[in-house]
Design a protein around this ligand. Structure first.
Ligand SMILES: NC(=O)C1=CN([C@@H]2O[C@H](COP(=O)(O)OP(=O)(O)OC[C@H]3O[C@@H](n4cnc5c(N)ncnc54)[C@H](OP(=O)(O)O)[C@@H]3O)[C@@H](O)[C@H]2O)C=CC1
Ligand SMILES: N[C@@H](CC=O)C(=O)O
Ligand code: NA
Length: 432
């Protein structure tokens, strides 16, 4: 029997909220053994009280008045699983004002307003944990903050959006078009009716902003992440990538060199031998390189009722353990490193380039000369007839180049009369 019961105010009873109730109820014995305290979902906030719920017997706990929970002196911890910025931000700040600890799964809120929320928590001596906000059930934030606290992380790469990874995987495995796979993903409920946030990379950017702030301990802002989505990735890019040994993934990259950082989300050619290349379907993975530890990778479900709820309830357990020890509000480390962002001349990577050119003598030589002028050399080249042989399609993978140099080359190429079209240009990872 637990000596005391910690009372939770659950804001939101949708996919994740339902999972939280199931885990708190179903794993109660284990939770008590680990914390010495019981955990009870005391009240639940919903928007529509009339909606039927998949868990019965909780009607007396359900309310549609947030302040019935936020102002309840019996509630120790607020679990926010509503989503969005407003009114959740106000609910969380008001709950902190009342001295309540917070667990949230809300990446939008934490990526945009995390600093303000954490500052308020520090002022009030409260805990705020948000493990579910990045890569759902994978305990990656805990790994960065605790597991790697003794190391200096130099690089993180994440497949942190399940919807786009599903689309890229299907396009790659079936040679299908982007638009057809997107429709199928929507029918299966993986992609939303308005898929913009996922397919244009904004969801992944929010997660990379959170990973960077925690992993590099720098106060990164969301608009400092370079973002490009997958809507322009063609099945031809995927097929040529495959021929040269690569798969395309929507990849988040956070890299630190000599205390300067770069953070981006973009479709990237990942070499087939890199561990991230085999992360398929809706699965997520985060690759972390530390100066001391070397290479590590975390893999698992990035969403879903129970996987996401495990992350939420584990945060809850941490708060309950802190309550028992009387150390709430002391476990968080605010970003303490100065942020220096790299300019494009320091962003280094290999590139994949696909061009349609006039099929004339000397064209390839002129292209390689343009690249050489910017110190860019080639790793692989493939040439195919295009448009019945009237033109040629040239696909190349460069050696490592600066982003500024590659941008200059693209500008030069645009002006060349022998270039019909620059079809695509992608960053390349792995295959060294
Ligand atoms: N679903 C997933 O797999 C994952 C979700 N997350 C994050 O978890 C959070 C919740 O997601 P999810 O469970 O999928 O969302 P759902 O849409 O399934 O559930 C949202 C819940 O919030 C309630 N709600 C919505 N607006 C209000 C409001 N203004 N006032 C009171 N209650 C409100 C809804 O009430 P009602 O039931 O009455 O409509 C519903 O119960 C989001 O931040 C999301 O990004 C993170 C990782 C994975
Ligand atoms: N839309 C997200 C869900 C979790 O955050 C995804 O596709 O990964
Ligand atoms: Na997580």
């Amino acid at each position: 029997m637990a000596e005391k019961v910690v009372k939770v105010g659950l804001l939101g009873f949708g996919t994740v909220g339902t999972g939280v109730v199931r885990i708190v109820q179903g794993h109660q014995d284990d939770l008590v053994k680990q914390t010495g305290l019981g955990i009870e979902v005391h009240k639940i906030l919903v928007k529509d009280k009339e909606k039927s719920r998949s868990i019965n017997g909780l009607d007396n706990k359900i309310t549609s008045d947030p302040y019935d929970i936020i102002n309840d002196p019996d509630v120790d911890v607020i679990v926010e699983v509503i989503g969005g910025i407003h009114p959740t931000k106000e609910y969380i700040l008001d709950a902190l004002e009342q001295g309540k600890h917070i667990v949230t799964a809300n990446k939008d809120l934490m990526a945009l307003h995390g600093a303000e929320i954490l500052a308020k928590a520090e002022e009030k001596g409260c805990d705020v944990f948000y493990e579910a906000s990045v890569a759902g059930g994978i305990p990656i934030l805990r790994a960065l903050v605790e597991g790697f606290s003794s190391d200096r992380i130099t690089k993180m790469m994440g497949i942190v959006n399940g919807t786009t990874n599903y689309i890229m995987t299907k396009m790659s495995q079936e040679g299908a078009d982007y638009a057809d796979v997107l429709k199928e993903a929507q029918a299966l409920g993986y992609a939303e009716a308005d898929p913009t946030s996922d397919v244009e990379g904004f969801d992944a950017a929010r997660k990379m902003a959170i990973l960077t702030t925690l992993g590099f301990r720098v106060p990164l802002k969301l608009d400092e992440v370079d973002v490009k989505g997958i809507s322009s990735v063609s099945k031809e890019d995927i097929a040529y990538g495959k021929k040269l040994g690569y798969v395309i993934k929507l990849l988040g990259l956070a890299r630190r060199d000599e205390d300067e950082v770069e953070v981006s989300v973009q479709p990237t050619m990942v070499h087939k031998d890199h561990p991230l290349a085999s992360v398929n379907g809706v699965f997520n993975a985060v690759y972390v390189h530390g100066e001391a530890v070397g290479e590590t990778m975390f893999y698992g479900p990035g969403a879903g009722e129970l996987p996401t709820a495990t992350a939420v309830v584990s945060d809850l357990v941490t708060i309950v353990k802190n309550m028992k020890l009387g150390v709430n509000g002391r476990g968080m480390v605010a970003p303490y490193k100065e942020k220096k962002l790299k300019d494009d001349s320091k962003k280094l990577s290999k590139y994949f380039l696909r061009l349609i050119v006039a099929d004339k003598r000397g064209v390839l030589a002129q292209i390689t000369q343009l690249l050489a002028n910017k110190n860019i050399s080639l790793d692989q080249v493939l040439q195919q007839p295009y448009n019945g042989g009237q033109q040629a399609e040239i696909i190349m993978v460069t050696h490592v180049a600066a982003k500024s140099d590659m941008n200059d080359v693209l500008l030069f190429l645009k002006d060349m009369d022998f270039i019909t079209e620059i079809k695509s240009c992608y960053r390349v990872e792995g295959g060294e």
